[in-house]
Design a protein around this ligand. Sequence first.
Ligand SMILES: Cc1cc2nc3c(=O)[nH]c(=O)nc-3n(C[C@H](O)[C@H](O)[C@H](O)COP(=O)(O)OP(=O)(O)OC[C@H]3O[C@@H](n4cnc5c(N)ncnc54)[C@H](O)[C@@H]3O)c2cc1C
Length: 377
Amino acid sequence: MQSRVVVLGAGFGGLEFATVLSDTLGDDADVTLIDENDAFVFGYSKLDVMFGRAALDDVRLLYADFVKPGIRFLRETITAIDPEARRVTTNGGVHEADVLVVALGADYDFDATPGLAEGGSEFYSVGGAERVRDVLPTFTGGRVIVGVCGAPFKCPPAPSEAVLLLHDYLSERGVRDQCEITLVMPFGTPVPPSPDTSAALLAAFAERGIEFVPSRRVSSLDPARSIAVLDDGAELPYDLFLGVPQHRAPAVVLESGMSEDGYVPVDSRTLETRFPGVYAVGDVATVGVPKAGVFSEGAARVVATSVVAQLRGGAQPAAYDGRGSCYIEFGAGRVGRVDIDFLTGPKPTGTFQEPADALVAEKQHFGASRRARWFNH
Ligand SMILES: Cc1cc2nc3c(=O)[nH]c(=O)nc-3n(C[C@H](O)[C@H](O)[C@H](O)COP(=O)(O)OP(=O)(O)OC[C@H]3O[C@@H](n4cnc5c(N)ncnc54)[C@H](O)[C@@H]3O)c2cc1C
């Protein structure tokens, strides 16, 4: 049975889904993969760009290199999704699907935090990371706030990594003593499912004199007074504000009628939406797992296996297990890991691996293996 599969978004989820279909079905696959960008960038590469550890050109993985049997990549902007009809409109035309996979990620809602666009910087987009990279060398002292503006947000350990790497950056430039670093986060601990990971991060903050403000989010900025206002009304002065903006599904998804409370609800075992033949994977969906690439990838594999089984008549995959490992930069070149299990037990659990040289190599392998698998280099 031939089936037109249309995949929206070529991030962790879309790339992995298309790769599994191509690997399994080869030229028999009929997959159209659509993204408006010309390149994929790993989330963690934004931290490398921000602190000048990597040039943007070196971390951009061009979709022109995503060449696989049975896959057609189209660089188009999706402007409308009709989930009932499984019809997608882009600036290039209309695409009809038998199976539709929505993997459009989470977008940033700057307007949800008054003052953020004028008064702060963000490091969660590629453009934002580049702007911070250009501002940091001019910063010679004062108060820096890394502030999360709302949950859920991508890669919960990333703001903690940012303050630890910022400490290194300012120390290397010899200005750390003239600086205060504060992290504001809407969780009680840095990585709530893993008390050991949280304890290690809190110890690392304490050693470096980094202040951690738990259970708070930044609700607005007052750029005229250089004040960050927290959700309990507390005011924190800053000289440099590095924000994690509020997230939500891209506008085209919100307008499609698929979303509830900002994201697309799915059956967390199968990633099916309430529309027949329509799946949502990764950050765009409400699955009950953190918004991180490893989870998008794992969910995409389940959907890909299920679609192959429908086309070829094989067994359906086991339910999505919500397991994934995240590498955490602890500063000074050290990397730890947290292994998270979100769905198989009664509550999420996380196991911490202490920073070790082997984990530095493992993180490099994580990136290199995806680069090879998806982009053939
Ligand atoms: C600073 C930072 C550090 C991170 N570190 C890690 C980490 O160490 N490990 C980890 O697993 N995750 C990490 N993440 C999170 C990770 O990057 C995301 O969770 C992951 O990319 C989500 O994958 P996805 O496939 O769901 O969506 P995305 O990868 O966001 O892909 C969505 C795609 O849809 C496209 N798109 C959106 N709207 C449209 C439209 N209208 N038309 C056409 N195309 C569109 C976008 O261009 C994008 O390519 C980090 C994120 C950040 C910001």
